[in-house]
Design a protein. Structure first.
Length: 423
């Protein structure tokens, strides 16, 4: 029965790998670069990072007000990030709807700011490589996250990540030695089984090119299996957070997220009753209450955002509950019209599913364990490319071998067939 099943899993692993190969090559290369996103962004665009000119940065409300003055009347601020993905201070903006409720286009969705003076440094459309090097790293980010195809690309990579997750188990199974009937003792049988599995962990560096390619594919996947599975499943979270990831996590752990706990408005909130200045004051008070209730310390403010689809302000800080090396994920959500607290989420110690999710994101984003882990993630991206390329080569070699055997069989059949008589 096992012998009948194994060819099916080989077939499934082969075609799953071929279906994912091109996508994994893209995300592997881009992921290697993104492990050093802040460093590369600062190297390419030092103008995003002005020198300290004052003792303290401006507060989020002041930055939001200054930005809205500059982009009025056609633009509006959606978020102020004191620690953007690349470490810069920025405002996320969008077009203000007209009287008919139609939104135009600003031509940019981010304004890079001087956090000490509020001065506008750069306007850009995140990920638009046509704008030049100011968007090189943001383009790499978009390519990694959605293939620069928006929601469609996210779903494509999400499905790919789900296949990758399942294929991790198939690939692991295929490294195991096939069972044999044993007449010896159980201990001897186990010892013999482990001896037959050992070659799967080794790379024969001085063997033929085909054997070396096969060993690189099998042994690399085996040694790094656990971290590859972690990246595969965290990729499902990144791209399918509100469907597959949420369903699976909530089936086994306590997990709460904005998309599960907050009601979605039929029409996005255009003009909240609470201003940015009032929102900051309310947020600071609510966060202080949560800090007392859950026994954590607030280290610094990370962001203040207006989620128009849910009609809430989102206030994010870095706290003593963080897992990540940088940034912060301690957040509160409160009604943008009434100021009522709707949800408070801590990165760890509150809900088991949220703690696991924080770890998954931190590991995926190379935002934990310092520089050594970032280097490891950079190399891992290249290993993912290696696994994809070696898998393609294995398929090509076996396909070529099957084609040669088929050709020889056809030739032999033709030569051995009776010669037809001529009329």
């Amino acid at each position: 029965m096992m012998a009948l099943r194994r060819p099916f899993w080989v077939w499934l692993h082969r075609w799953a790998g071929l279906a994912m190969a091109s996508f994994l090559i893209i995300v592997g290369i881009t992921g290697s670069l993104l492990a050093f996103y802040p460093d590369l962004e600062q190297l390419i665009n030092p103008q995003f990072y002005p020198k300290r000119t004052l003792a303290h940065k401006l507060d989020v409300a002041t930055l939001a007000e200054l930005t809205e003055q500059r982009i009025a009347p056609h633009g509006r601020v959606d978020v102020i990030l004191l620690e953007g993905n690349q470490g810069a201070t920025l405002a996320g903006v969008s077009a203000r709807p007209d009287e008919a409720g139609q939104s135009g286009e600003l031509g940019f969705d981010q304004v890079i700011l001087n956090p000490y003076t509020g001065e506008e440094l750069v306007r850009r459309q995140f990920g638009a490589i046509s704008e030049g090097m100011i968007n090189f790293m943001s383009f790499i980010y978009e390519l990694h996250w959605s293939l620069t195809l928006g929601s469609f690309g996210m779903w494509v990579l999400g499905i790919c990540a789900l296949i990758w997750t399942l294929d991790c188990f198939v690939g692991f199974y295929l490294t195991l030695p096939q069972r044999r009937r044993q007449s010896t003792s159980t201990a001897s049988a186990h010892s013999a089984w482990w001896q037959r599995w050992q070659p799967a962990w080794k790379i024969r560096w001085r063997s033929s090119p085909y054997k070396l390619n096969f060993d690189l594919h099998r042994a690399s996947g085996l040694w790094l299996w656990l971290i590859l599975l972690t990246f595969a499943w965290s990729s499902v979270y990144m791209n399918m957070w509100d469907t597959v990831y949420t369903w699976t996590t909530r089936a086994v752990l306590e997990f709460k997220a904005p998309w599960t706990e907050l009601e979605k408005r039929e029409v996005p909130l255009a003009a909240p009753k609470i201003s940015w200045r009032e929102a900051q004051s309310i947020a600071e008070k609510l966060m202080a209450e949560q800090a007392d209730q859950h026994d954590f310390a607030v280290e610094r403010v990370v962001a203040l955002a207006l989620n128009r689809m849910n009609g809430v302000y989102v206030y994010t800080v870095r706290s003593s509950k963080e897992i990540q090396d940088k940034q912060g994920r301690t957040s509160i959500y409160f009604d943008a019209n009434s100021g009522e607290l709707k949800l408070a989420l801590l990165p760890s110690g509150q809900y088991s599913g949220n703690t696991v999710t924080t770890w998954l994101k931190a590991l995926h984003m190379a935002n934990v364990f310092g520089l050594p882990y970032r280097i490891f993630v950079c190399v891992l991206g290249l290993v993912i490319v290696l696994l994809s390329v070696t898998g393609i080569i294995i398929w090509m070699k076996k396909r070529q071998a099957r084609f040669s055997v088929s050709s020889r069989q056809q030739e032999s059949s033709y030569l051995n067939s009776p010669t037809p008589r001529l009329p």
